[in-house]
Design a protein around this ligand. Sequence first.
Ligand code: 0RA
Length: 657
Amino acid sequence: MHDNNAGNNIVNNEEINFTENTAAEYSADQIEVLEGLDPVRKRPGMYISSTSIRGLHQLVHEIMDNAVDEALAGICTDIFITIHADNSVTVSDNGRGIPVGMHKTKGVSALQLVYSTLHAGGKFGGDNSGYKVSGGLHGVGAAVVNALSTECIVTVKREGKIHQIKFSRGDLVSPLAIIGDSDETGTTVHFKPDPEVFEDIVFDFDTLKQRVRETAFLTKGLSLTLKDERQDPEMERTYLYKGGISEFVEHVNKNKTPIFDKIFYTEAVREDIHVEVALQYNENFTETTYSFVNNINTIDGGTHMVGFRAALTKTINDYGRKFGLLKENDKNLSGDDVREGLTAVISIKIQEPQFESQTKVKLGNSIARTAVESVMNEYFKYFLEENPAIGKSIIDKALLASRAREAAKKARDLVLRKSALEGNRLPGKLADCTEKDPAKCEIFLVEGDSAGGSAIGARTSKTQAILGLRGKPLNVEKARFDKILENEEIRAMITAIGVGIKDDFDIAKLRYHKIIIMADADVDGEHIRTLLLTFIYRFMPQLIDDGYVYIAQPPLFKIEHRRQIKYAYSNDEYQRLIKEYPPDARPTVSRYKGLGEMNKEQLWETTMDPERRVLKKVTIDSHFEADDIFTRLMGEKVEPRREFIEEYAATVRELDF
Ligand code: 0RA
């Protein structure tokens, strides 16, 4: 496919000394003690994202990230992660081993300090003496994991010996001791999440797998193996990408059609920031750019993205002018023009990342903008000049995008003028609610006019709005922007939801804090849900990130016995409920094929009543996985869709995007 390692390749040979080991003088004394672990157990939510399954997985990430930091220091080459049958986890690396020496004044080992205090030491301190790079919980990850585990055993091979220490819920149960000899080095951490803390203690292999693979892409040459001993036969996957983020781009474009084979890749250090960029264009219209800071996915971008975008636009325009591909009376290509069909990965490593908010990740350091911009300006220019055919194909694509954008703008102006003329900006088929506070309002996007009608009859009109949608919604994955805007149902959704789309998106204008997709519980309904989710994901992804999008769950069965009605929302629930009746009972069972089969009372009590309904919240664990799923499932190519369906045929009803 691409050859980013041969001949006139694009990798510059600037010396990379960022990850050089500066921990040589590291000693146990450089770790400062701040406080014990009680606060973590009292308020786990302050230290991990949540105590749900997301927080559970974060424990693995924290321990894994520590081992990856050791790899970034240039020492560790292999990391093994094992999920055991009892849902405990072992993470082991072949790095130098966590220091076991005694701290001069505290009288305990560095290892014990790292695991039992919310310290500000070593790599976490600002004195540059330990690691240069760390993301996550500013280095307190190990202690947090320890505090939230019923059992935590750390084994270190170092200085010819095997050392081991054991904790339970953060308390020392077995002090650091030498348990054997070894001429190897490395750290092994075994922990079992505390069921008193976590709502769910069963790890999901696929979720962990995604993160492990992402980490492998971001750390070229590091081998990460994930093993699941709960499965039979044992499941094991090893991820090792010599090409790093180039292979990441290749992977993202795997089910798209690249417009040229080569992948641009550059790696350089500027302002003490390690910058890596890889990119390639494909025939689609959407942009897929992932940015990372110290291996953390900055889903809201930030300064590094700003620098990247500025340089991309400038370099392409300069190139187009210099080689006459943009004519004198052509306007400059806009940022949107040059990003259509772009797949890019930007990964930087910076000493003290500043994030703008706690929950969402957006980089704030302004120096990162300068660093990425300067690296891109220099090396992407070389790339275009050395590959004129590629340069021309990029300019041609951007020119097409520019023309389509002009056409779309005209179409949109027309739409706006039309709705201005109509006086009422809200679509006619929206049965709006009367409440004005968006936080109290919800909108149901309902499949089919007749179901829309029942929903209008069933709703609480103060807080619940209904938008009935006619026919199958448009597949935005396969349509051009101007065509999408011409679609009446799409326009109705845009105006009703209120936030605008893409660049005009403004979350402050959101009119409902719950956007609920309500479709039949059958395959057709599944298709409609997917089409609507594709639209929301591509045009208003922040609605999903911020947790405003839900899926209504109509029941599959009604079970009636002596005027007592029960509803079952899945086949399993049906089996369970039916067994609860005495053997001689003969309950009447009806299977609902669609929303239309319920009368308005039934629709209300099973699916719409906030007190009784069960909504599924739509969440995205990994944008990179979500993009892949939408591309495969909804995109132009047939083969990836077939593979997807085969892969998920058994589980597709359980899919969470
Ligand atoms: C600080 C200093 C040194 C190693 C480590 C931390 C270290 C931490 C972790 C966490 C997981 N695996 C790890 N491996 C190593 C090196 C001290 C020295 O030998 O000079």
